[in-house]
Design a protein around this ligand. Sequence first.
Ligand code: GCU
Ligand code: CA
Length: 479
Amino acid sequence: MSRLLRLSVMPVAAVLAAAGVVLAPSAHAQSARYEAENAACEGTIESNYSGFSGSGFCNPPNRVGVGVQFTVHAGSPGTFTIGVKYANGTGINRPAVLSANGTVVQSGVPFEPTGAWSHWAITTVSVPVQSGSNTIRLAAATADGLANIDYLEAARAGSSTLPSRFQWSSTEQLIAPKPDATHNIVSVKDPSVVYHNGRYHVFVSVVNTNQSYSLAYLNFTDWSQADDAQLHFLDTTAIGTGYKAAPQVFYFAPQQRWYLIYQIGNNVAYSTTSDIGNPRSWSSPTRFYSGTPRIVLDNMGNGQWLDFWIICDTVNCHMYSSDDNGQLYRAQTTVANFPNGFSNPVIAMQDSNKFWLFEGVNVYRLGAANEYLLLVEAIGEGRRMFRSWTASSASGPWTPLADTKENPFARHNNVTHEGSDWTNDFSHGEMIRSGIDQNLVISPCKLRFLYQGMNPNSTGPYNLLPWRLGLLRQTNSSC
Ligand code: GCU
Ligand code: CA
């Protein structure tokens, strides 16, 4: 179904109201989202490919100069970082001319292929704005036309999009281990999650009564269905048996393939597939390194090299990891070379108290802003918690955000339970992202974090602890 939108004849205030935009980005405020279905789309608003936000996306006819125009509000003059969420299911770039208030800002804004019309990515541009209303226009630079456009997000350049304190509410446990005849598992742990084609796809570590780790996968449409979803054990696929743990999943748009990154022995490996919904389709493991790098061996003490996390910007891919001994490492390769060519890791952050910078690293890009969020799991007074930092680049340097026991990112003192107090540990997990690709974009509004927790009375060896999954929802979001 498609419909023609004629919002261009509406007064600006009505357009803004229709877009639900009340907060303009200011030095302190969050980013504002403008849906294409509420903008002046010179084509049709369609909804025939999943993954869009709001009620649809703009599909302009494929002609030079045709596009979509947004009205973006600014409290004062300055520079906005504009992120445009789009899909380009063809094999070639569909560049656009971006103008602000009638002046061309950039004549070749890239809208590179996303692999499919239902796969979405965000392209970012810096745009000068004036006080009040600004017309931001995207027009096709070539006869191939524009990509399908879902929304435009605007944030003042250089301002933090997150609050400096966090409050959460936690669900009851949502996902528990489901043993079968050959998988006598006691826990589900270390979740990685993407929302794609109307389903959550969750990859986890599972641990059996012999304390052996392997990977598993489940998908479901809604959190209320999560515990009914079938657990697919990936040791029966080409990923194979033997120690595997701490998966991370993302779609690498330049190669139109899904990647699963995970620990394997003392190394890190990947598998790929073109169909995330088919657990049997993953390729066998390929290791990134020939063995544990020297710098890790020299620093890890009695720890272990573990919890690998990859995030790419437009030029580079960064691999973060930990050693359970106070070091956070980062290695790098180019997007063009990925998955090959990762450098030797360097120490990105260090703490003499190993428990205070322990493991479970996540890095995300925050919406349209050129801002990145780093989370590292710590152990404070015996309980698992998360500390946070931000940076203007995926490689750091990292500035503390909420990183203490008094003001943590997530710890038992800033979480209330919706039901029973089923856990005091907020351990290894992952944010619910707004996209699927290697840029790992999360919206800075109403954060959600899928984590592992456990009954506070549990005892016994670490590898037999009864981890389950629950979801934190941010309750103090101002957007
Ligand atoms: C296909 C696709 C559209 C897209 C168009 C294009 O028709 O279904 O959503 O806009 O290609 O090439 O622009
Ligand atoms: Ca089109």
